[in-house]
Design a protein around this ligand. Sequence first.
Ligand code: UGA
Length: 453
Amino acid sequence: MLRLTVLGAGYLGITHAVCMASLGFDVLGVDADASRADQLNAGQLPIFEPGLEDLLRAGLRVGRVRFTTSYSEAAAVGDVHFICTGTPQQPGSGHADLSQVRACVAALAPRLNRSCLVVGKSTVPVGTARQLAAELSWACPGAELAWNPEFLREGSAVADTLSPDRIVAGVTSGRAEDILRQVYAGPVSDGTPFIVTSLETAELAKAAANAFLATKVSFINAMAEVCETTGGDVRALARILGADPRIGPAFLQAGLGYGGGCLSKDVRAFRARADELGSGASLAFLREVDAINLRRRAHTADLALKMAGGDLTGTPVCVLGAAFKPGSDDVRDSPALEVAQALAGMGARVTVYDPVALGNARLAFPELAYGGCLAEAAQDAHVVLLLTEWPEFIELKPASLDATVARRNIIDARNVLDPSLWREAGWDYQALGVAEPAQRQADRTSWPHAVSE
Ligand code: UGA
């Protein structure tokens, strides 16, 4: 059986290490942070990911997974080394910061003295793998590089890793393909397509997939903007579009837009790389995808300002949600926290509540106030904003907040509440992508040849 190492114990690395161990491989995870390795060896997950901690503990119990800081140990034991380090956005530019990936290869390569396959999983600009392959084979002639991008989503990382939609094997030899087929024999025998391609196509596959997803979200959010000015309803529009199987309903949830550690930075890095390679015109549209996404955040903050009568100075405001999406405690590029920060910048007294991401939110934005529960955050609020669609917020009923808030104003920035329920209970309910009824009515009556819908 192949022995695997996983380099980098972040979101991707922990998930990959633990899931590979659950498939029966012996896995050694490596991270520069000793306390992180200790924590993982003690069976504690430093991230929130449903199902992953149980799987980690099961792997530790049977001795299939272990974490260390030693690249020497990894080089000595590994037949296959997975690079799973982060590639964040460079400060002040759209480019990806490849320092962690490069440091990982620089630490591993000189220690390798036997035949092995190094497999990149991190999201990197096209052309990176070819460069790393040259460095690697120069340092150790028996070492070969492959690229195998990861498509897992936070919140469903375990299922996405064990039963992926596809496995992409960017390889330069039949030997590398054979090794990756052995690694992924389980999912492939369950029917997962195994697509063999070049290093470049494998790198592009990930960038293109995230660019497409971001474009789909920004498309429906552009329609939301059009609905707001024309009296349309983006919820109904999305249902109609999604019913066409060529379009499909996924990623057509209009609202506050995308965030997190992937889509935003990957869209920018893809465009920056294309510019560098002279293909800038082909990806120029991604600038607009990004701009639409960011406009939704500004629009939501403006909506709250309007609801508060044009002045938020000293006004208590409740923000529901800190995570970039439900099912995660990740607050990287969180649309919810950016809106909270914007409102605080307008003078509002913002209190944020989130069922799992408060710890990370406090670290990232210590200047904001946080409530220990929903009711505490909503106490005396003049405006409530639903910014991350956690189930407990979707199930929220007006009666549970009526006596808590000072004014009955709610912004449903994820389009998940029942507008009539809130309006009937006397709330001013506003959503993104839906003109308010009074406005729609006014639009209709001022139309020269009004027709009934
Ligand atoms: C995304 C991709 O979906 C994964 O395939 C990819 O592997 C991952 O990035 C990555 O590059 O590592 P993730 O960031 O976990 O996964 O989250 P998504 O479920 O894709 O959601 C991204 C954002 O889009 C969230 O902020 C979500 O709220 C937003 N979104 C999603 C919408 O605003 N509307 C939708 O209809 C769908």
